[in-house]
Design a protein around this ligand. Structure first.
Ligand SMILES: [Zn+2]
Length: 134
């Protein structure tokens, strides 16, 4: 393994690194749409290369349309089932929420009652203590 004979100083390091420069990418205006595109590459805006459509984004090819339709048929049945399940789940969740709401309302009432009771006790004690003090 090659080992450097001497340590490179800061000066030499900085001088070497001073020559590092960023290269500007070769940009060309697309002859089809006029957008800026990298040279020797397909235009990202319109998908044309050398005046021919290579990859058109907006208009899908016939194969893509067929491929898109096939899973759609399968997914419709599943989607319908899942939608039904989702609706049932939502209903169940709503029921649970209502129950929880009722429970929470009861709990809050109980809590309020509990909060009132010790307050009463404390008032009684306070009154007793006040009586004793008198
Ligand atoms: Zn273009």
């Amino acid at each position: 393994m090659a080992v450097p004979k001497k340590r490179t100083g800061k000066s030499a390091q900085a001088k070497r690194r001073a020559n590092w420069k960023a290269t500007k990418p070769e940009v060309v205006t697309c002859p089809n749409c006029g957008e800026f595109a990298l040279a020797h590459t397909v235009c990202t805006a319109c998908g044309y290369y050398k005046g021919k459509p290579v990859s058109i984004k907006d208009a899908p090819t016939v194969e893509e349309v067929i491929e898109e339709k096939k899973p759609a048929k399968k997914s419709t049945k599943k989607a319908a089932k899942t939608e039904e399940k989702a609706v049932e789940d939502v209903k169940a969740v709503e029921e649970v929420k209502e129950e929880k709401a009722e429970k929470s309302a009861k709990e809050t009432k109980e809590e309020v009652a509990q909060e009132k009771k010790p307050a009463k006790k404390s008032t009684k004690k306070a009154t007793k203590s006040e009586e004793k003090a008198e």
